[in-house]
Design a binder for this molecule. Sequence first.
Ligand code: HEC
Length: 99
Amino acid sequence: MKDFFLLLVILFFLCGTASAKEVNREKCASYINMYCTRCHTSGRICDGLKKNDEDGWRKIISEMAENDSDIDQDVQVTVHACLTSMPADDPVVCAKKSD
Ligand code: HEC
């Protein structure tokens, strides 16, 4: 019985983290195009996918936000969730490779 509850807790936890990580790709594309390609192309972000983990992106995104007040908390959290869930060659940021 104890094991059963433990299993339930683990399952609950797994589902919770899975749904927290679920991101809306259309929202990702529109946020990134709207806020992240004003100063440079998305090619720079594409390169970043290969180099950055969650912490790396957190640092970069807050640096970017320092230079553009439109990148508010909502944009930062959304873009962070997007970038940390993308494969290294995601077309949302890698379609146009030029910098
Ligand atoms: C206000 C202009 C501006 C906006 C808006 C902006 N960036 Fe940047 N970004 C820069 C500049 C300038 C650099 C180069 C800074 C450097 O090399 O230290 C840069 C560099 C980068 C890099 C490369 C960093 C590295 O160290 O490799 C990435 C990745 C990046 N930006 C992602 C983003 C993302 C994601 C967004 C949207 C949340 C964004 N940028 C929005 C100006 C901007």
